[in-house]
Design a protein around this ligand. Structure first.
Ligand code: AMP
Length: 189
């Protein structure tokens, strides 16, 4: 199943200096959400691609009620939807994000303390250069969390009311989180 992260799509657009990337940067650097119309145009184009015909996994989308409603309007009556909420306390998120290192070439994630690379600054997976996201600075992460609680957290109740939500304790061991995540997704034949 293709893994579609709207944040990754914005970062790829920024790397290529596209109009979407340059527009998104204004918001991302401040820890704000990119306006819904920009996110939606980009996402609609991505999920129309051939590899999404048999399903896809959205990561970091929807983040507002308007995005959730726009997604719903696009889905057919037989589409099987599961929503997973990975629950992690704010303090833990700040430690995770502010120590996170990303690979420039394969997007693999290391962490300075919890998953340090064998060679500093070099990705274990493909030898690419590791960097810290500008918006992973602790003060920007705090703003992202404020925006999350204000604009995205209401979606937890929204999807719970629809009976689509599974909440997973994101502070369990990674293997356990993975196992529960697999169990929460629709079986694929
Ligand atoms: P992420 O990689 O998911 O943490 O996203 C990084 C940044 O991209 C966010 O802080 C937002 O500025 C922007 N972004 C990603 N996904 C969305 C979305 N669904 N709606 C609005 N902004 C988004």
């Amino acid at each position: 199943m293709p893994h579609i992260s709207t944040g990754d799509l914005f970062r790829a657009n920024l790397k290529d200096a596209t109009p979407i990337g340059l527009k998104a940067k204004e918001y991302m650097d401040r820890g704000q959400l990119v306006p819904d119309d920009v996110v939606l145009d980009m996402l609609v184009e991505r999920v129309a691609a051939d590899d999404c015909k048999d399903g896809y996994l959205l990561d970091g989308f929807p983040r507002t009620l308007a995005q959730a409603e726009a997604l719903e309007a696009r889905l057919g009556p037989d589409d099987d939807v599961s929503v997973v909420n990975l629950a992690v306390e704010d303090d833990v998120i700040i430690v995770r994000a502010s120590g996170r290192l990303l690979c420039r070439t394969c997007n693999n994630i290391h962490h300075v303390e919890f998953s340090p690379p064998a060679k500093p600054g070099v990705c274990d997976n493909d030898g690419g250069e590791l960097y810290q996201r500008a918006d992973d600075a602790a003060d920007v992460v705090r703003e992202r969390l404020r925006v999350y609680h204000d604009q995205t957290e209401p979606l937890v109740r929204y999807y719970d009311n629809k009976g689509l939500l599974t909440t997973i304790d994101g502070q369990s061991a990674p293997d356990e989180v993975f196992e529960r995540l697999e169990a929460a997704l629709p079986a694929r034949g």
